[in-house]
Design a protein around this ligand. Structure first.
Ligand SMILES: Nc1nc2c(ncn2[C@@H]2O[C@H](COP(=O)(O)OP(=O)(O)O)[C@@H](O)[C@H]2O)c(=O)[nH]1
Ligand SMILES: [Mg+2]
Length: 245
């Protein structure tokens, strides 16, 4: 495709370095100036809090999933074409998962393989007015279990959504305080939580920990929690599509 007329900014950096926040800020400024903006998100996983978050901020967003941009270069090209057709953006921000970029692949691959990825959706069925309390209980139970097992997190993100809107809760460490304030009143009988967890633990153990937090929340609150779109794995070693050396 012809990318001549497109301003493409690839935004890289470690997990939690502020890429998504910076892109949302820049997108809002540009949109206020009447510019059309598009975003490409990228991750090893495929159910992404950030994609949902950009979309809710009315920024046309496409995703490259299952690996970084350099390992999925052709997919990036196809998604850029799709974004161009969908939204004719003047400016595109592509947020890279950070995997490859300019780095030592062997070292990066080994580091990343120690991290487990877990993405899933948890739907809370609650008595009216109980949504926030149940959501806080479950998020708290996940964080507390990780803390007890002394698991280091890359990031832990939750998109909390009900009929009134949605909110993102983001942990870069398990010592965050005041995170509850990010969760608004949830008035409906159904709340969905999308979780993206990147943590130093075996993937099945991470999955178990989350399932136990679900059970614990049901016992403690009387709500019903349904898990769906569950994915947990260790990223594969990076194999870039094109390399200069
Ligand atoms: N104090 C501070 N926090 C920030 C800044 N930018 C982002 N954050 C917070 O850092 C966390 C991770 O940010 P995010 O944009 O998701 O990082 P990403 O993983 O690089 O996309 C979020 O809780 C943000 O609210 C900043 O400039 N200052
Ligand atoms: Mg991000």
């Amino acid at each position: 495709m012809n990318h001549d007329s497109m301003h493409l900014h690839i935004v890289g950096g470690f997990l939690g370095s502020g890429k998504t926040t910076a892109i949302i800020g820049a997108a809002k400024l540009l949109m206020a100036q009447g510019k059309r903006v598009g975003v490409v998100t990228n991750d090893q996983g495929k159910y992404l809090v950030d994609t949902a978050f950009f979309t809710r901020a009315d920024v046309p967003t496409v995703e490259v999933t299952g690996g970084c941009f350099c390992c999925h270069y052709d997919d990036l090209d196809a998604r850029l074409a799709q974004l161009q057709q969908m939204a004719q953006p003047d400016v595109i921000f592509a947020e890279s998962v950070g995997s490859c970029a300019d780095i030592d692949y062997a070292r990066y691959g080994a580091g990343e393989a120690q991290l487990a990825w877990l993405d899933e959706t948890v739907t809370l069925h609650v008595a009216e007015g109980q949504g926030r309390a149940v959501a806080l209980y479950w998020i708290g139970a996940v964080v507390e279990a990780l803390r007890q097992q002394r698991v280091a997190v890359g990031h832990l993100k939750f998109l909390v959504r009900d009929r009134a809107g949605d909110a993102k809760v983001s942990f870069l460490t398990l010592d965050e305080v005041g995170w509850e304030q990010a969760v608004p009143a949830l008035t409906g009988a159904q709340v969905t939580l999308l979780v993206n967890a990147r943590a130093e633990i075996g993937a099945p153990a991470l999955r178990d920990l989350v399932a136990r937090a679900v059970h614990q929340t049901e016992m403690a609150t009387g709500a019903t929690l349904d898990e769906s779109e569950i994915a947990f794995f260790h990223p594969r070693f990076p194999h870039p599509t094109h390399r200069m050396n």
